[in-house]
Design a binder for this molecule. Sequence first.
Ligand SMILES: NC(=O)C1=CN([C@@H]2O[C@H](COP(=O)(O)OP(=O)(O)OC[C@H]3O[C@@H](n4cnc5c(N)ncnc54)[C@H](OP(=O)(O)O)[C@@H]3O)[C@@H](O)[C@H]2O)C=CC1
Ligand SMILES: Nc1nc(=O)c2c([nH]1)NC[C@@H]1CN(c3ccc(C(=O)N[C@@H](CCC(=O)O)C(=O)O)cc3)C=[N+]21
Length: 285
Amino acid sequence: MFATTCQILDGKAKAKKIQSALSDRIKALQPAIGRPPGLAVLMVGDDPASAVYVRNKEKACEKIGMASFGRHFPGDTGEAEIAAEIDRLNRDERVDGILIQLPLPPHLDAVRLLHLIDPDKDADGLHPVNLGRLVRGEPGLRSCTPAGVMELLKEYEISVAGKQAVVVGRSILVGKPLALMLLEENATVTIAHSKTKDLASVTKNADILLAAVGKAELITGEMVKPGAVVVDVGINRVGERLVGDVHYPSVFEVASYLTPVPGGIGPMTVAMLLQNTVESFERKR
Ligand SMILES: NC(=O)C1=CN([C@@H]2O[C@H](COP(=O)(O)OP(=O)(O)OC[C@H]3O[C@@H](n4cnc5c(N)ncnc54)[C@H](OP(=O)(O)O)[C@@H]3O)[C@@H](O)[C@H]2O)C=CC1
Ligand SMILES: Nc1nc(=O)c2c([nH]1)NC[C@@H]1CN(c3ccc(C(=O)N[C@@H](CCC(=O)O)C(=O)O)cc3)C=[N+]21
């Protein structure tokens, strides 16, 4: 039988290490460039997961010596106004990274707006040019959450090569780029989604199970193969609590590794966003 102790993948600790290395890189480069790296965040309306993200990004920027430019628009702002702001930020020399918080209110076309971001300032890696680079395996700005997942697995020396990886969720923000990054590292990848029949029979096959669904505690212990590595990307607000897409107590009993919420992929996402922005800044030298 399988050893039953489950190890926690501590995203918070790894993110701290990354941020302290970034802080050193900024200190070394700032004199040559004459300003700190700058990150601009556009938020429209009030998605709760986005609010958590925005708050943590601002704190982290301040901590490592990065400038942050927050733009919070009311939920009914028209597309032309957002487009004009993106255009301004593209031309603003103090800005190295631009991020549009998703999801956007339904009257806005996220794809059209993402197309407007300068691909070299696309800190979120969601511009079609950067997604295309990912598909082709070329270097480019990579989506922060999937990059954070891969980085955390690496930290714990968890190799995905040859393993069965099951990604639950197929969004452009998380599921699809995550599946591509796992494939790049030679995992055998399955993507499940809302039309998948008998989800448990699919997840049971996973050596590495990654949940990016947005449904609180959807993945329970019975859906997990004993000894599997389980990565919980979900950030759901239930009352005052943040919970993931994984039912932590039951999965903890069967998994070999598990990411907590909070303290798992959330902080890694913030760290990768800062890293992408610092790399754009460094390229200006
Ligand atoms: N930790 C972090 O840093 C981040 C966390 N998040 C969180 O991750 C979660 C997912 O985010 P995101 O990808 O943007 O969400 P989306 O809503 O864009 O996508 C959700 C995906 O899950 C699928 N899905 C929905 N219900 C089920 C179900 N019952 N069974 C199987 N699949 C299902 C959907 O399928 P279909 O395509 O068929 O509709 C869709 O592909 C959210 O909780 C979000 O807050 C997001 C980004 C970063
Ligand atoms: N274009 C875009 N890119 C995103 O990456 C994106 C987005 N839109 N929209 C919203 C989701 C959500 N998201 C989070 C990132 C970090 C935490 C985070 O820092 N979480 C802490 C929370 C700690 C706390 O404050 O309680 C943790 O999990 O430990 C949360 C949520 C990024 N998203």
